[in-house]
Design a protein around this ligand. Structure first.
Ligand SMILES: Cc1ncc(COP(=O)(O)O)c(C=O)c1O
Length: 465
C-alpha cells in the first residue's frame, strides 16, 4: 500500500493562479479539460486541486485507476525507478544508436538473449529490437519495416514477389496512434476526416482495409480474396480505445496462422497491453505465446518515468541504409530504467499479482457497478490491469459529468471512445471507463477504487447512500 500524500486541504496563495496560467499555455485538444490539476503523488495516491467555480483552490486526494494513459506501471515515485534514474545518470553515460552501449547491451541480452525474459515469445537469435520515444513512433517503425519488405534495399526496386503486396489489414475500432502513417488504420471518421492518407493509386501506394475484430468468417473471406496482395496485418491483442475488447478464444492464434499462410507479416500493437494482461505479452493463449513478426510495446515499458517504446522484429526485417536513425533509440539512461523496472516486476511477481487483481476488479465491478447501477453501466470485461466498464447509451451522453463525479469521489479514471458502429452484425460499443491502475495496486486499494467508483456513480445520480 502506498502512503497517503500529505499537504494542506487548500492551496497556498498564488498557486491557483500559477495553475490557471499554465493551463492557458498548454494546448487544449480536448475542447474541455478536466477542472483539476495534479499537485503530486506517491504510489497510487495523488493530490489534486479544483480549478474552477466555487470549489477553486480546494485540494482532494484520489487513488489512481488510470495509470496516466495506462503507463505508470510502478505508480508515482517508486524507489526502483528513483534508484535506476540515479544509477543511470551517474554511470550509464549517453550514446547514440550508431555505437554500442553497456547499458543497452545488458538490457537487450536480458530480454532477448539466450534464456532471456521474453524468449518464449521471441526465440533468441531470431529477433532484434529498436527503441523510440512513443507508441506512435514505434508503430510507425513497424509499418516502415513492413513497407521496406517491398523493396530490394540495394537497388530500391520492388522486391520479387513482394512489390505487388499493397494491402494492409487493420480492425474496426483500432487505435494505433495518430501520426500520418497511422491515420489510415483508424477507421473512425472523427479521427480521419480531412487528414492526408497515402494515395493507393500512386506508385508504392497502399490500401488499408478494416475487418470486424474477432470475426473468423470475415477474416477467412477477406484472405481468400486478397491474401496474395496482403502485406501486413496490424492488431491489438486486446483492443483498447475500442473499449477493452478481448477476441474470442483461438482467434489470435488463427489470425497468426492465416497471416503466415498468406505470406503477410503480423504486427502486434502491444503498446497498451504490455505487462497488463497478467503476462508481459497479451499475444498468447492457453497453448502459450502466439508468434508475431513485429511486436511494438510502449507505455508501461517506460515504468512511468519516461515515454518510450520498443519495436521487436524478426531479424530479417530491416530498413534501407540509415533509414530509421532516431535520437531516441535505446538511450543508456532509458535502458537502465527499463532493466531495473523489469527485474523488479519479475522479482516481486507483479504480473501474477495483477492477474489476481484483475479477477478481483471484474467480480467487484460486476456487483458494485454493473448490477448496482444498470442505468449507467452495461458490462465489465478485460483481464489483469486492463479492464473496461462500458457505459449505457444514456450515461454515454453525460460522460464528462459522470467522470467528474467519480474523480471527486476520489478515484482518477479515464474513458475510451468505444468502437461505435461495427460491421458483421456486431453490436455498437459505447464509451468505456478504463481501469488500468499500476501493477503495485494492493487488494485493499482495489477495494477502495471500486467503492469510490460506486460513490461517484451514486453522487452523479443524486441517489442517497
Ligand atoms: C494500442 C495503442 N497503440 C499505440 C498508441 C500510441 O502510443 P503513444 O500515445 O505513446 O504515441 C496507443 C496510445 O494510447 C495505444 O493504446
Amino acid at each position: 500500500m502506498s502512503a497517503a500524500p500529505t499537504g494542506p486541504a487548500t492551496l497556498p496563495p498564488g498557486t491557483l493562479d500559477t495553475l490557471a496560467r499554465g493551463r492557458e499555455l498548454h494546448l487544449d485538444h480536448y475542447g474541455r479539460r478536466l477542472p483539476f490539476a495534479l499537485l503530486g503523488g506517491t504510489g497510487l495516491r495523488q493530490r489534486y486541486a479544483e480549478l474552477e467555480g466555487e470549489r477553486a483552490g480546494a485540494v482532494f486526494e484520489a487513488l489512481d485507476a488510470s495509470g496516466g494513459y495506462a503507463s505508470a506501471c510502478l505508480g508515482a515515485g517508486h524507489e526502483v525507478v528513483r534508484r535506476a534514474l540515479d544509477r543511470g545518470t551517474r554511470e550509464a553515460g549517453y550514446a547514440t544508436d550508431e555505437i554500442g552501449s553497456l547499458e543497452r547491451s545488458a538490457l537487450l541480452t536480458e530480454v532477448l538473449g539466450e534464456g532471456g525474459l521474453w524468449t518464449d515469445h521471441f526465440p533468441a537469435g531470431e529477433y532484434h529490437a529498436s527503441g523510440r520515444n512513443s507508441g506512435s513512433e514505434g508503430m510507425e517503425l513497424a509499418l516502415r519495416l513492413a513497407l521496406e519488405t517491398r523493396f530490394d534495399h540495394r537497388t530500391l526496386r520492388p522486391a520479387t514477389g513482394r512489390g505487388e503486396r499493397d494491402r494492409i489489414l487493420a480492425f474496426e475500432g483500432a487505435w494505433h496512434g495518430w501520426t500520418s502513417g497511422l491515420v489510415p488504420f483508424l477507421n473512425r471518421r472523427h479521427y480521419r476526416l480531412g487528414l492526408p492518407v497515402p494515395d493507393p493509386s500512386r506508385p508504392y501506394g497502399t490500401t488499408v482495409d478494416h475487418l470486424p475484430f474477432g470475426d473468423e468468417t470475415a477474416l477467412a473471406g477477406y484472405l481468400s480474396q486478397f491474401g496474395d496482395r496482403l502485406l501486413a496485418v496490424v492488431v491489438e491483442p486486446i483492443q483498447g480505445d475500442a473499449g477493452i475488447l478481448t477476441p474470442p478464444p483461438g482467434y489470435l492464434r488463427s489470425l497468426a496462422e492465416r497471416t503466415r499462410r498468406a505470406g503477410a507479416l503480423l504486427i502486434a500493437d502491444e503498446v497498451l497491453t504490455f505487462a497488463k494482461s497478467g503476462r508481459f505479452f497479451a499475444m498468447a493463449d492457453d497453448e502459450g505465446p502466439v508468434p508475431t513478426d513485429i511486436t511494438v510495446i510502449g507505455k508501461s515499458i517506460g515504468m512511468g518515468a519516461q515515454s518510450v517504446s520498443m519495436v521487436i522484429a524478426r531479424k530479417e526485417l530491416t530498413v534501407r541504409g540509415s533509414g530509421a536513425v532516431a535520437t531516441s533509440d535505446l538511450r543508456p539512461l532509458g535502458c537502465a530504467v527499463i532493466r531495473d523496472g523489469l527485474r523488479h516486476i519479475v522479482d516481486e511477481k507483479l504480473l501474477e499479482h495483477s492477474a489476481a487483481l484483475g479477477e478481483q476488479f471484474t467480480a467487484a465491478l460486476r456487483e458494485e457497478a454493473v448490477a448496482a447501477f444498470p442505468e449507467l453501466y452495461r458490462e465489465i470485461r478485460g483481464r489483469g490491469v486492463i479492464q473496461g466498464l462500458e457505459l449505457t447509451e444514456a450515461a454515454a451522453g453525460r460522460l464528462v459529468e459522470l467522470r467528474e463525479h467519480i474523480v471527486r469521489a476520489g478515484v482518477m479514471v479515464e474513458f475510451m471512445a468505444g468502437a461505435g458502429r461495427r460491421s458483421a452484425g456486431l453490436r455498437y460499443v459505447f464509451p468505456t471507463l478504463r481501469i488500468a491502475p499500476p501493477l503495485i495496486t494492493g487488494p485493499r486499494e482495489a477495494e477502495e477504487i471500486v467503492a469510490r467508483i460506486a460513490e461517484g456513480s451514486r453522487a452523479f445520480l443524486g441517489r442517497p447512500e
